[in-house]
Design a protein around this ligand. Structure first.
Ligand code: ADE
Length: 309
């Protein structure tokens, strides 16, 4: 254990260096940060080696993602502009935030709605591949940068998703997440059983499903693929998921690590266990689902403003 800790300490020490022109105080501050970082890395790796958890982490599914304080600022995160632009036509007092997020192609819009500060962020176009950045990497970096910049009380991931007919799902359904989980992260090493699933409880505003009686609640399962493997299928079924998409569990992880409440609001474009190719159904229904989100997101915001604002 100790040589591993030393190795991490050496690597950690190289992570931050004082910028050119830094004065003595800055240098001492950076040195202090380095020491803290080294200690943090060493503690974390020792915990991982011992497979023990810090006090409070045992109930990892009952956490900050599910329990917001008073909600004054909501960050709404869409992966795709095709999903989010209709909402911006509806919330037409929101203005483009030209600064955006550092080093990211993300698009940001901000303003107020029903007394809430509202920020809408979309991942934007990938700088190399020139298509919308979907999946967990873009979702996590965008969510992290947006949470750091805007410091929301609630992170709401809105978007489209696949539904399951064996759980009563149909195209056009609106789902609020109860928890999120991953179905394609496989790490067959003792101690990683729970981490690979990454299940996190999410915030369901009390009474929202009574007011929006047509909406459903369910478990949202995330992977980096629009399709799925036979192993994914088993994992999705075992997890109890009603909704399949490509970002929620990654964004919820960021929210949890930043101590921000999280909820997902997803509209169904395709039936995962149906008989049509997902990509065909998805493409056909993306427009109507985005139009549905255009109405559903303001309804959720209105409810949150009244109950938690
Ligand atoms: N987004 C919309 N439908 C999806 C599906 N079936 N899987 C993953 N992401 C989706």
């Amino acid at each position: 254990g100790s040589s591993r800790a030393r190795e991490l300490a050496v690597r950690g020490a190289g992570l931050r260096t004082a910028p050119p022109g830094a004065n003595m105080r800055d240098t001492m501050h950076v040195a202090g940060q380095q020491r803290n970082h080294v200690l943090w890395l060493a503690t974390r790796s020792l915990r991982a080696i011992c497979q023990c958890t810090p006090a409070g982490a045992a109930g990892a599914t009952e956490d900050a993602t599910a329990e917001p304080r008073k909600i004054r600022r909501v960050l709404i995160h869409f992966a795709m502009e095709a999903e989010g632009m209709p909402l911006l036509a509806e919330l037409d007092t929101l203005r483009k935030d030209e600064a955006g997020l550092p080093n990211l192609p993300a698009l940001c819009y901000s303003g107020t709605y029903r007394g809430l500060d509202v920020v809408v962020v979309m991942n934007g176009q990938h700088p190399i591949y020139g298509v919308t950045s979907v999946g967990t990497t873009a979702a996590a970096v965008t969510a992290y940068a947006a949470v750091r910049r805007f410091e929301p009380d609630l992170l709401l991931n809105a978007g489209t998703a696949g539904g399951f007919k064996h759980r009563g799902g149909a195209i056009g359904d609106v789902y609020v997440s109860t928890s999120v989980v991953m179905h394609d992260r496989r790490i067959p090493i003792p101690g990683f059983e729970e981490y690979e699933k990454g299940r996190l409880a999410t915030f369901v505003p009390d009474g929202l499903l009574k007011v929006q009686s047509g909406w459903k609640e369910g478990i949202v399962t995330t992977s980096n693929s629009l399709d799925y493997t036979p192993e994914d299928e088993i994992r999705m079924r075992d997890s109890g998921a009603s909704v399949k998409e490509m970002e929620a569990a990654a964004i919820a992880d960021v929210a949890h690590q930043c101590g921000v409440a999280f909820m997902a609001l997803k509209v169904i474009t395709d039936i995962v266990d149906g008989d049509r190719p997902t990509q065909d159904e998805f493409t056909e229904n993306l427009g109507t689902a985005a139009a549905s989100l255009q109405k559903a997101v303001p309804m959720a915001l209105g409810f949150i403003a009244a109950s938690h604002g």
